[in-house]
Design a protein around this ligand. Sequence first.
Ligand code: SF4
Length: 357
Amino acid sequence: MPRSQQQGAVDDPQLVTTSEHVRVTVVDVELGAAPPVESGWQDEVRRLARAQDAVILAHNYQVAEIQDVADHVGDSLALSRIAASAPQRTVVFCGVHFMAETAKILSPDKTILIPDAAAGCSLADTIDADQLRAWKADNPGAVVVAYVNTTAEVKAESDICCTSSNAVDVVAGIPVDRKVLFLPDQFLGAHVKRVTGRDNIEVWMGECHVHAGISPADVRDRVAAHPDAEVLVHPECGCTTSVLWLAGTGGLPPERTHVLSTGGMVDVARAMTADTALVATEVGMLHQLESVNQRTRFLPMNAQASCRFMKMITPAKLLRSLREGRDEVHVDPLLAARARRAVEAMVAVGTPSVVGE
Ligand code: SF4
């Protein structure tokens, strides 16, 4: 049975753990040691960026050195919008490939570089355009809602994009009598189903190996060890359903449990006064949270939750990107125009915060 037909499989918190049995195969990337980098590389990066008229963008999950040298740090869609509005002609996107592609879709006339084009995403890889076309053929008339963690080809086949912070608003804006095909993240899809109360949503059973690896057991152990901590959870996490269930049954204080996009986490962290916060997302996020709040101790829900694709971007590759103009990201203009319609449809929903992973 196609993964997409296992509708509602994560509605029951007990089933979250069993979803690991349908986990997608993660492309194995041989990372090896980070290549050596010259001392004073940060100054050289800044000099080259000025000389090349380039702006450097870094995703929240990048290594700390890359975040610190970038012009802007943020989530994928916020960075793509900065790419479109920045005065520079060249954008160096330190993130994974679908993010740089989204920047190209929104800025077709700019040169978009990614320091390593092999930096992929196990979640985006769970569905391709052929699979989506087949799913649509089985569900004529359905509205396709695609999380931004998708390839340009998949966006082009979709009606509207969403991020983790506006997914609920996007789906709530679709007439209740229209079936919705939600892709590709099963945990975000289950969250949307629960909050909207709609039962005519089919969810593609994809997942990110990093977020899915943060398990309900991790949550229970960490919360027991830090009973007074605030809890910040990304809705893609394998623990999200359990966290909400625990909050609803008294296992977690609802007022201290926050399900947020990475951009939302930064906003909440800025005003936080708690001594400790447990963070359920990729560990690179801790650097941003610590940079906006030195009062609170931010601890990972699972210290092993590190995205190997994000960590493929190194200082040496960033230098190479600026010196050699590589790796340039290209998207076919007709495909980009179709994908752009889905992104712009999301922006037209008018949600106050368009941030995602
Ligand atoms: S953390 Fe997961 S969803 Fe994000 S880029 Fe890595 S593999 Fe993709």
